[in-house]
Design a protein around this ligand. Structure first.
Ligand code: 1HE
Length: 257
């Protein structure tokens, strides 16, 4: 692969954005490689991690390529990002992102498509599209706005300012902030843990939760009850429930203990 690395640690597939000279800027060829990498990791792993090689996670859209596109090519490009990132958000696996340095524009859109985000203290976040004379096109108005809220995203886009990792955590953009240089290790550890869950539970978590969140409460509760009863009838659920009852499975840990 020209723009990505793929490695496996146990059941965890790790995709590394690997175009550091251009700050992992995402071109058309890059997005197609990402699509291929997702297919490969989907078939071999039980959880995935995305991280960036070099000083930054990702500088977003490849502006050198974009500047030469017609508006209609831009539409197709944007829709392709939606498809590929959609395969992460609503695909087979739970995905984690390890973030450091710049997580900007399309880089933040990619990070918004995964299920859990871990940032180290070097990470900074911005949506500079307004300053570049364009608009978000990789899913930020639907995904990133749901993480931080429309008001905060409007502020980021109008002012072009960057926020640090602690602010991103406060705003709901990232789930964890860790020491510089430790995000990948932390994300892989969490992905390895998620990989031990029942596959059907992980599937329900990543597919049902965001959809129910988009529904009216009454509809959501109904759908929840159907999914709950569906997961409960799997042989794996019976074995896991009995394992707890027979004291073969771990208890929930008390974080204060
Ligand atoms: C790029 C890109 C890019 C860097 N496309 N080539 N994204 C942005 O507006 C962010 C633009 N990038 C930056 O603000 C900075 O590069 C960073 C803060 C990310 C990193 O700074 P730094 O000092 O580490 O690197 P640099 O010297 O700015 O960049 C190194 C090289 O990468 C340089 O090329 P070189 O040939 O002069 O060495 C840069 O031109 C190149 N580079 N970022 C192309 N983005 C689907 S819609 C999504 C819409 C968006 O994502 S818009 C936001 C785009």
């Amino acid at each position: 692969m020209d723009y990505l690395t793929i490695e496996y640690r146990g059941d965890v597939g790790i995709i590394g954005l690997n175009r550091p000279a251009k700050r992992n800027a995402i071109s058309d060829a890059f997005i197609e490689e990402l699509n291929t990498a997702i297919t490969e990791v989907d078939s071999r792993a039980k959880a995935g991690v995305i991280h960036g090689h070099g000083p930054h996670f990702c500088a977003g859209l490849d502006l050198a390529e974009h500047v030469k596109k017609t508006p209609f090519e831009g539409v197709h490009g944007s829709r392709r990002w939606h498809e590929v990132f959609g395969r992460i958000q609503r695909g087979k696996l739970p995905w984690f992102a390890a973030l450091h340095g710049a997580v900007v524009g399309g880089g933040l859109e990619l990070a918004s498509a995964v299920h859990v985000r871990v940032a180290d203290r070097t990470a900074f976040f911005a949506l500079p599209e307004g300053q570049r004379g364009i608009f978000v096109g990789g899913g930020a108005s639907a995904r990133t706005a749901r993480l931080m809220g429309v008001s905060r995203m409007t502020d980021l886009m109008l002012t072009g300012r960057s926020i640090d990792a602690d602010t991103a955590e406060r705003w709901g953009i990232v789930n964890y902030v860790v020491d510089a240089g430790t995000a990948l290790e932390a994300a892989v550890a969490m992905a390895a843990k998620a990989a031990t869950n029942a596959e059907i539970s992980n599937y329900a978590i990543i597919h049902a939760l965001p959809r129910i969140n988009d529904m009216a409460t009454d509809d959501g509760l109904f759908v929840e009850s159907i999914i709950a009863s569906f997961t409960q009838t799997s042989p794996e659920a019976e074995e896991r429930l009995n394992a707890f009852l027979q004291k073969r499975a771990g208890k929930v840990t008390n974080p204060n203990a």
